[in-house]
Ligand binder design. Structure first.
Ligand code: ARG
Ligand code: ZN
Length: 879
């Protein structure tokens, strides 16, 4: 069908003219097609104005029958186009029956109903339901659903949909049927259906409200032994939400289905979550600590959506952050309570800077509540999710935890069962706290990362320390001349001895302060100050901004050693390292000799020597920024990115530090072994992290590097350690590295998730022939362009995780990516659009990379009939 996608604007939002009181579906699964019968009970709203036609969304649907109040309509009475179905003349109240045929086996976009291996499953958010049946596919139209599924009993013994299972029927010809009823009115994007031959892990949870819930995790039979961690995580999340927010589950079953074929992480369909199997399946032999962490947080995220997303949903897709920002905030808080708060904060900020800040500075920049989209799927972004969570966090900081909880209660009291807006959320917070959040609302409408400048001045005579805070909000595409925003800045001061100073601020003595900057510039006065106080600003990263201070290396070293906020200890280390790297890059450009600064070496050495005090924090401080992080650092400083320069300078620093601290790294490698069986618990995760970080540094030593890695490989007894060794071995030109890879793939060839790791480590190799290897691996039997996890593991990893080899002067890897994007355009536009986004920062690069990327983008752009997904990203990148 020809694509007629057009821009959608927030300002054009209008409620629908009809009410939908009930949705009944009958889904009949056949050999190579599925027949969907849908009955909708519709009535025109009293205030609908003139009696316009009825429009229902519907794409790629083969019409078999359309009837109105039991009367078969002739083709002259309706119009089908690429967007949907129009009925010109409908009564004020009627029942509409449609019967269509769809072809899930041909659905490679994995949106709507599609085949995933032996099972059939759905993904409807944002606008996939319209590929299943004609429907008002918009989140503000909610209805109770009754769904009957019919299929061959042998091939599809398990039939699932939302809500509660009702009667089961055995039918002729080996078929059976099951009816599901979901009493909670829901929008179509929360619909789900699964049919397959699946194993099920069951458990129970008794809610605080006294409901006995059956918890069920469905997987392919061979993965039945990998669901225990997901189940445990689910129960923790259910308990936590009752404890922290007073929110309980509301149906008698909670189901999770794991599939290998999934476009993103997971989906919160009411009572029937569907997950990318990488966020469900884990055991110590096949999953790393990071996988275990990811599962715990995504399981929680989807569970938390039952209240923030499902019970209260979004009025239109511009409000996506209402549910996503809030739910990310909730899952971050959960992980902070389960694991380590400061560590979680460091990791989240690192990812915010790696993904969201560049987005906010690039061609796709948009506010957390976007105002326009061509393809909604392109707006499931780091901005909507992660900056959205930062905005919720700032509300929490500004009004305080008790008011925040009252605001949540009020939000549910007002809006349970409704589709609402971001504004409704802020209003509840405002009403519950009594704080005026009018300026704060700019966070919802202004894009771009604010820059915050801080400087101090001491009036010695009066012992007053003046702290000046000043902000600038940068222009972004389509937005300029912005207003100053509300920035909560958590602050403390440290004496030269490292004591946290008590000062008088606004008449009160304290040693920690919440400053809220509401104007372009403000001076904050602290009484009782002595000389030499070092400010610790933006503690816990209390606002998502670029902070610029003039702190000297000595001050930073003090904070690195003494700050009581672990986040700012890490941050001080980061600034020191980044400053060093920027200086070295300048030396490199000016062709000066490179030197490792003693002060940095000493500071890192001290952290390493004391690592057993807090191994997790030490590991974070001692992990140097990636090349990609350095690209972002340069871009933020408006220095054109030259990949060989970054590569050369970073390697220089790595090799020097590895050499100078060799003894300490060796000791750490021995000291942080974790004897005994693998357990996923924070202490052990931290020890493994330190040990494997030490392995990384030791692998940089000439002569002994590979041997150390190889010995670690031989000793490894869990996937975390095995992957740590393998991911280092692949950089070496040593026959044993090939043998390791072979052994690994022989052992795990049947395990799709582990094979993803195998593809990924090879794509991340620093060996110069890596692109060739990646191209060859595309022909490997376990690889498929139709499987998003595989595309991400091999092509995604190479293009965004291996920047030095991806950014070659001759631009050949760019051509490689452009070709893959064009292939994906017809297979799976959503995945293609994520891949092409690698080119978004092209303007931040030096020549010749910049022009070569532009050329690749233009080559993609010149294809006719590009999917809206890719067209929108490429158009904005070039525009
Ligand atoms: N709502 C899901 C989640 O964050 C993600 C859905 C993503 N959908 C999409 N079309 N990209 O939990
Ligand atoms: Zn979500």
């Amino acid at each position: 069908m020809t694509d007629t996608a057009s821009m959608h604007y927030l300002k054009d939002y209008r409620p629908w003219d009809f009410d939908l009181s009930e949705t009944r579906m009958d889904v009949s699964i056949h050999e190579s097609s599925v027949e969907v019968r849908t009955r909708l009970m519709l009535s025109r709203k009293a205030d609908a104005g003139e009696k316009g036609p009825l429009f229902l969304h519907g794409e790629d649907l083969e019409i078999l029958e359309i009837s109105l109040d039991g009367r078969l309509l002739s083709p002259k009475e309706f119009l089908q186009d690429s967007r949907g179905l129009t009925l010109f003349d409908v009564p004020d109240a009627f029942s509409l029956f449609t019967r269509v045929r769809i072809f899930p086996d041909e659905n490679t976009a994995l949106e709507g109903l599609y085949r995933a291996g032996e099972m059939l499953c759905t993904q409807c958010e944002a606008e996939g339901f319209r590929k299943i049946t004609f429907y008002p596919d918009r989140p503000d139209v909610m209805a109770p659903f009754r769904v009957r599924i019919e299929a061959d009993k042998k091939r599809y013994p398990v039939l699932l949909s939302n809500g509660n299972p009702m009667e089961r029927q055995d039918l002729d010809e080996g078929r059976h049927a099951l009816v599901w009823e979901d009493p909670y009115p829901k929008p179509s994007y929360l619909f789900a259906l699964v049919a397959g031959d699946l194993a099920c892990l069951k458990d129970r949870f008794h809610t605080a409200e006294g409901l006995d819930v059956s918890l069920e995790i469905y997987t392919e039979h061979e993965n039945a032994d990998k669901c225990a961690h997901a189940m445990k995580s689910l129960k923790k999340a259910m308990h936590w939400d009752e404890l922290v927010f007073g929110l309980s589950y509301d149906l008698s079953t909670y189901m999770i289905v794991a599939t290998n074929d999934f476009n993103m992480g997971a989906m919160e369909n009411k009572g029937l979550n569907i997950f990318n199997s990488r966020y469900v399946l884990a055991k110590p032999d096949t999953a790393t600590d990071m996988d275990f962490e990811g599962i715990e947080s995504v399981i929680a995220h989807e569970y938390f959506h039952n209240w923030t997303g499902n019970r209260v949903t979004v009025k239109n897709w511009f409000q996506l952050s209402l549910k996503e920002g809030l739910t990310v905030f909730r899952d971050q808080e959960f992980t902070s309570d389960m694991q380590s708060r400061s560590l979680k904060r460091i990791q989240d900020v690192r990812s915010l800077r790696a993904r969201q800040f560049p987005e906010d500075a690039g061609p796709m920049a948009h506010p957390i509540r976007p105002e326009a989209y061509l393809e909604m799927n392109n707006f499931y972004t780091a901005t909507v999710y992660d900056k959205g969570a930062e905005v919720i966090r700032m509300i929490h900081t500004i009004i305080g935890p008790e008011s925040f909880r009252r605001g949540m209660d009020l939000y549910f009291k007002r809006h349970d069962g409704r589709a609402v807006t971001c504004e409704d959320f802020v209003a509840a917070m405002e009403d519950a706290s009594g704080k005026d959040l009018s300026r704060f609302r700019l966070w919802y409408s202004q894009a771009g990362t604010p820059v915050l400048y801080a400087s101090t001045e001491l009036d010695k005579e009066k012992s007053i320390l003046y702290l000046t805070l000043k902000q600038e909000v940068p222009d972004t595409p389509g937005q300029s001349g912005k207003k100053p925003m509300t920035l909560p800045v958590k602050t403390a001061f440290f004496t030269e001895k490292g004591e946290q100073a008590f000062l008088k601020f606004k008449g009160e003595k304290a040693n920690a302060f919440l400053l809220v900057l509401e104007s372009e510039e403000e001076i904050f006065a602290f009484e009782g100050a002595s000389e030499g106080l070092v400010p610790s600003l933006l503690r816990e990263f209390s606002a998502p901004v670029h902070l610029k201070t003039a702190l000297g290396d000595k001050d930073l070293a003090l904070l690195l050693a003494m700050d009581t906020d672990s986040f700012n200890r890490w941050e001080a280390g980061r600034i020191l390292i980044n400053r060093t790297l920027l200086g070295l890059m300048e030396d490199y450009r000016e062709k000066r000799e490179l030197h490792l600064p003693e002060a940095l070496l000493a500071a890192l050495g001290t952290v390493l020597e004391n690592a057993d005090r807090d191994p997790a924090l030490a590991a974070e401080i001692l992990s140097l920024p990636t090349e990609m992080e350095l690209y972002h650092l340069l871009a933020a400083e408006r220095i054109p990115v030259s990949p060989p320069e970054v590569h050369g300078v970073r390697n220089f620093l790595l090799d020097r530090i590895a050499f100078e601290l060799k003894d300490l790294w060796e000791r750490a490698f021995e000291n942080f072994q974790t004897p005994g069986d693998y357990v996923f618990r924070p202490e052990d995760v931290a020890r493994r992290k330190m040990k494997n970080l030490a392995l990384f540094w030791l692998s940089r030593l000439p002569d002994t590097g590979f041997e150390t890695v190889y010995r670690a490989w031989e000793k490894a007894h869990c996937m975390t350690d095995r992957m740590a060794a393998l991911s280092l071995a692949v950089h070496f030109d040593d026959q044993r590295a090939e043998e390791m890879l072979d052994a690994f793939s022989r052992q795990f060839e049947k395990d799709a998730l582990v094979m993803d790791k195998w593809f990924q480590v090879q794509a991340l190799s620093r060996r110069p022939d890596t692109l060739k290897r990646v191209s060859e691996l595309m022909a490997h039997p376990a690889f498929s362009m139709k499987n998003p996890n595989k595309v991400r593991a091999l092509i995604g990893a190479f293009c965004s995780g291996n920047p030095f080899l991806f950014h070659q002067k001759d631009g050949s890897p760019y051509d490689f990516l452009a070709r893959r994007v064009l292939e994906l355009d017809s297979i799976n536009p959503q995945v293609g659009s994520r891949m092409v986004s690698v080119f978004n920062p092209w303007k931040t690069f030096a020549e010749p990379w910049r022009s070569a990327m532009e050329k690749a983008l233009k080559a993609i752009d010149s294809k006719k009939d590009l999917s809206p997904d890719i067209r929108e990203v490429v158009g904005r990148a070039l525009g």
